[in-house]
Design a protein around this ligand. Structure first.
Ligand SMILES: *Cc1c(COP(=O)(O)O)cnc(C)c1O
Length: 403
């Protein structure tokens, strides 16, 4: 074996030893409440397809029609080979949906975070993030070269202390920009950020605020516009971003804000400039999803989702102030091996739920992460309840408590 192969094998074995090795499960069906893995059907509690749109006939028809009209690939970056009209149409409706002047679409949410954060803040700036923000935000902050400061999860006092420190630093360096980044709904615990209070603080200290709505868009607020617009903050939060791969059931990422912000990103966001545009069919499917999300059908799906979420909350023995409105529910295991064991014993009984481990969460914070969707039925949840009773995996406590 070459030294190179040796290195790879050693690293993989080390992951094995810590119960942190990951592998792919081959799914040979569309996403949905039920999926087929290796020819066997499973009840699926692993997906972020919150509104059951990933396999919706209207999205599929829109994608197929766009493929007929525009073909498959976009050919190059939008700044190079010309910008296909489905992307423009999507950006227009997305901006209106988010009550923003303009929007820009990226190929993934991850690429959105990297491109936008690095475009705004460089090595002279300061980025302040919640301890539990998504890896894409942490990676962007590192790549930007800015000073990164982390505040305890939703800890407004610590955020204010850091803002005071940043203000002192800024008085000595006029070019020092300060950006706060948080999520409106956190990806591993499903809990909320106090957006109004954070907005007050950023205004008091002259910082900018970016909110990632990956797990909120489509779910919260009037017609699913998200928690920023629900809180009436759309014209105070400088940068709103999210993914088109979760509740939208498609793929991609978006950012929205003022017209000049979007012009700026078009010129400065490197993951937009130096990357092939998304497939036009993806934007066409997303547009169909957006129409559905804003319709009465969308309202009905959200109502169904929250009803299922309440049932799942009860089944897992978690307690939240009603209405819970949490589609992500963690069942804490702590130990990585314990989480894997629990996931395996549920898998053996036809329930697919991921064991989330480091580095997705801190070491010793391993958990089963249940996500519920509007495509689940009441009887799906009854099956889960009786299976959990058989395996004995119910009801320790929640990761973060009431929110
Ligand atoms: C999933 C997620 C992303 C990344 O979006 P993709 O479109 O999957 O790349 C970014 N931020 C948060 C909070 C997420 O949960």
């Amino acid at each position: 074996m070459t030294a190179f192969e040796d290195f790879l094998q050693t690293e993989l074995l080390a992951l094995d030893d810590q119960n942190l090795r990951r592998s792919l499960r081959l799914v040979d069906s569309p996403q949905g409440a039920r999926i087929r893995i290796d020819g066997r059907q499973f009840l699926n509690f692993s997906s972020n397809d919150y509104l059951g749109l990933a396999n919706d006939p209207r999205l599929k028809a829109a994608a197929i029609e766009a493929i007929e009209k525009y073909g498959v690939g976009a050919g190059a970056s939008r700044l190079i080979s010309g910008s296909l009209s489905p992307h423009h149409e999507l950006e227009k409706v997305l901006a209106a949906f988010k009550k923003a002047e303009a929007a820009l679409v990226f190929s993934t949410g991850y690429a959105t975070a990297i491109g936008t954060i690095c475009a705004l803040i460089g090595k002279d700036g300061i980025i302040i993030v919640d301890k539990l923000v998504h890896a894409s935000i942490v990676d962007a902050a590192r790549l930007s070269g800015a000073k990164m400061r982390v505040f305890g999860h939703n800890d407004l006092d610590e955020l204010e202390d850091i803002l005071k420190w940043a203000r002192r630093r800024r008085t000595s360096r006029a070019d020092c920009k300060v950006l706060i980044v948080t999520e409106s709904v956190f990806s591993m615990d499903g809990d909320f950020a106090p957006l109004a209070e954070i907005t007050e603080l950023k205004e008091k200290y002259g910082a900018w605020l970016m909110v990632d709505e990956a797990h909120a868009t489509g779910l919260y607020g009037s017609r699913g516009a998200g928690r920023v617009t629900e809180a009436g903050l759309a014209n105070r939060v400088e940068i709103q971003m999210g993914t088109l791969g979760k509740a939208f059931g498609a793929a991609g990422g978006y950012v929205c804000g003022s017209r000049s912000l979007i012009e700026y990103f078009m010129n400065r966001a490197r993951s937009f400039i130096f990357s092939t545009a998304p497939m036009p069919a993806t934007s066409a499917a997303t547009m169909a999803a957006l129409e559905l999300i804003q319709s009465g059908d969308g309202d009905a799906r959200r109502a169904g989702l929250w009803a299922r979420a309440e049932e799942l909350t009860r089944i897992l023995g978690l307690e939240f102030r009603p209405p819970a409105r949490k589609a992500i529910l963690p069942l804490m295991a702590g130990d990585e091996a314990a989480a894997l064991d629990q996931a395996r014993s549920l898998f053996d009984r036809g329930i697919f739920v991921p064991a989330i481990r480091y580095p997705s969460v801190a070491r010793g914070q391993a958990r089963l992460r249940f996500t519920v969707t509007s495509a689940h039925s009441q009887s799906d949840l009854k099956i889960l309840a009786s299976t959990l009773q058989k395996t004995g995996h119910t009801a320790p406590q929640a990761a973060t408590g009431p929110s």
